[in-house]
Design a protein around this ligand. Structure first.
Ligand code: GLU
Length: 609
């Protein structure tokens, strides 16, 4: 059923209430239900009792309410994530996957959950190859072929079972109500539909939900998703088995195997082979976090199949060879860009799903290996990309290697949330459906989009003749860049952060850490800072704000290349524990329409900014 209705001016509510019984509730028709007003939002909050930061005001408010009512950080994180599946559905939802990092205040330990989507058992290395050639990336994006088994519901269930205090049903109930009552459409939501309107229109199930009356929902109107509300209600009642062993899963498999494309569409939508037995075999996996010591801090992140923790960690280890605190801004940026140039060469060569690939994780994070890479970095001259990877098992000081390859393209959309509670537990959770809008396919009658996460695999080996750890395989998890990260100081939480942005997640998270730890920025300023992302290519991806900095000319003179098409990079969130026990919640102040940060009891000392 179309979910969107036009705004009803408040003064006509009474009249609307009378006539409502006589009207249908389709797209563009005023209904009696009160219109949702935009939930106020601010990108920074300071105070006690716990903190929540996400890209969306309704989701953050739901999380804060859970904390206020006595839930812990895990309960709140799941509630926020479920709400983002409603309000930020082009980035996240139960049709996708993600990575969950949790600091447990009672034990002082950090845990992670890998809720990555998996390839069906029928997949092999040629998943995206036809007639000996890789299919066009855009064809793979909108297809059943690229849909992996969703990991998000299993992640929520496991996180709650292991560390939560509330039930799965309780945790997703607020999101169910949000989907049913609706929320106010903002510019970002509108634009994300508009960006995808061509392919969304090809699927009647997607079209009727997101293009009511043939156009994206109008900013300021109320958007409702009753099908998703019903799906959440069913999950609440029957548990995640409704997806992994039941009727929701049957609908997912059917949709992948026979994508419900409009026969009039010209899109060539390839089917996939994901089956109900693939769903039944799915598990979210608890893994040991990556650990790096940096500037006396303990940095915990996500291990393979994400490359997030290992690549951020390798770059930090490389950077410990330089004094970033004392460096001029131009020197600091030079070291930052060079560190990820080399770390990405190693990431691309060595990191894949550890179930099928021998990932040298410990060696990638060894100090000796980092020193052997730092030795190749010059303050005055950028290295020429693609630089070659090195073998972390046999680090050779300053060995440049021979064959390099730039990082392949990865989609850029996901969402990151960060939560802390009054007991000092912290969650950093990044979740995604991969591309903005995922596969573009809404499961008919279910109200959620399917991911296209399998496009994160290399379609063919990145460097011919060199083993690629990230080729598709049966039941394999594609390599991710998601980097939810928690930093401890003297064994207690200092701050936690993460970001969307495909492969640029890694450079963004690194930049936030460096900004906060080395460059004297507050967490909110570190999140706001202009970005560049060097991933072993001749030109770094860059934002206009970065190019506008006076240091950029000096960086260019040292041989740094920057993209001619500046674009927005990342929209981070974070929380930080202050020494007086308060929390700062910080969200993106400009990008993606501004994030939303809240604390349970706001408190600033008189005169504090
Ligand atoms: N598919 C990406 C990854 O797993 C996430 C997409 C994004 O962050 O924008 O790394």
């Amino acid at each position: 059923m179309p979910a969107h209705r036009t705004r009803t001016p408040r003064r006509v509510f009474a009249l609307a209430a009378v006539t409502a019984l006589l009207t249908t509730t389709g797209a563009g028709i005023a209904s009696a239900a009160p219109e949702a007003r935009p939930t106020p939002k601010s990108p920074v909050a300071v105070g006690y009792g716990g903190a929540v930061s996400s890209i969306d005001a309704d989701a953050t408010a739901i999380g804060t309410k859970v904390l206020r009512e006595g839930g812990n950080a895990v309960d709140a994180a799941v509630a926020v994530a479920a709400a983002l599946g409603v309000t930020d559905p082009f980035s996240a939802g139960i049709g996708g996957g993600g990575f969950f990092v949790y600091y447990d205040a009672k034990t002082g330990r950090v845990h992670t959950l890998d809720g990555r989507e998996t390839a069906p058992s029928a997949a092999n290395a040629d998943l995206f190859v036809e007639n000996g050639k890789a299919i066009p990336f855009a064809d793979a994006v909108t297809s059943g072929l690229s849909v992996g088994v969703p990991g998000t519901p299993a992640t929520w269930q496991q996180a709650l079972d292991k560390w939560g205090t509330r039930s799965f049903a309780q945790s997703i109930r607020p999101a169910e109500q949000l989907a049913r009552k609706g929320f106010s459409v903002d510019r970002t939501f509108h634009d994300q539909v508009a960006n995808n309107a061509g392919r969304f229109a090809a699927f009647p199930s997607t079209r009727s939900l997101y293009l009511p009356g043939g156009a994206p929902p109008v900013v300021g109107t109320t958007f409702r998703n009753p099908d998703l509300a019903d799906t959440y209600a069913q999950l609440a009642k029957q548990g995640t088995g409704a997806l992994y062993h039941g009727p929701i899963g049957a609908d997912v498999a059917k949709t992948v195997q026979r994508p419900p494309v409009d026969p009039a569409s010209k899109l060539n939508v390839r089917p996939g082979k994901l089956s109900t037995s693939d769903l039944a075999a799915y598990r979210a996996i608890e893994r040991d976090p990556t650990h790096t010591r940096y500037q006396g801090l303990d940095v915990y992140g996500m291990p393979a199949p994400s490359s997030g923790g290992l690549t951020v960690g390798e770059a930090l280890n490389i950077l410990e060879n330089f004094d970033l605190k004392k460096a001029s801004k131009a020197d600091y940026l030079q070291y930052f860009l060079e560190s990820t140039r080399f770390a990405f060469a190693d990431r691309n060569r060595w990191i894949g799903d550890p179930a099928t690939v021998d990932v040298p994780a410990r060696e990638l994070l060894s100090r000796r290996f980092a020193d052997s890479r730092a030795c190749l970095i010059s303050k005055d001259k950028a290295a020429t990309s693609p630089v070659a990877p090195a073998d972390p098992r046999h680090p050779e000081k300053c060995a440049a290697g021979t064959t390099g390859a730039p990082t392949p393209y990865e989609g850029e959309n996901t969402t990151h949330l960060t939560v802390a509670d009054r007991w000092g537990n912290v969650v950093a959770y990044t979740l995604t459906i991969e591309q903005e809008g995922g596969s573009g396919i809404v499961v008919p009658g279910r109200g959620f989009l399917l991911n296209n996460e399998l496009t994160d695999f290399s379609f063919t080996p990145v460097t011919p003749g060199v083993p690629d750890p990230n080729l598709p395989g049966a039941g394999k998890r594609p390599r991710s860049s998601m980097a939810p990260t928690i930093l401890l100081r003297e064994g207690r939480p200092f701050f936690a952060t993460g970001s969307p942005g495909g492969a640029s997640i890694i450079t963004t998270v690194l930049q936030v850490i460096l900004g906060r730890v080395d460059r004297g920025l507050s967490l909110e300023d570190a999140i706001a800072a202009p970005r560049a992302s060097q991933r072993n290519s001749a030109q770094a991806q860059v934002e206009q704000g970065f190019l506008d900095q006076p240091e950029t000319a000096a960086l260019k003179a040292r041989g740094q290349g920057f993209s001619d098409a500046p674009a927005e990079i990342g929209a981070s969130t974070g929380v930080e524990r202050l020494r007086d026990g308060r929390w700062i919640a910080a969200a993106e102040p400009v990008r993606r329409g501004v994030g939303s940060a809240q604390v349970v009891f706001p408190w600033r000392w008189p005169g504090e900014r």
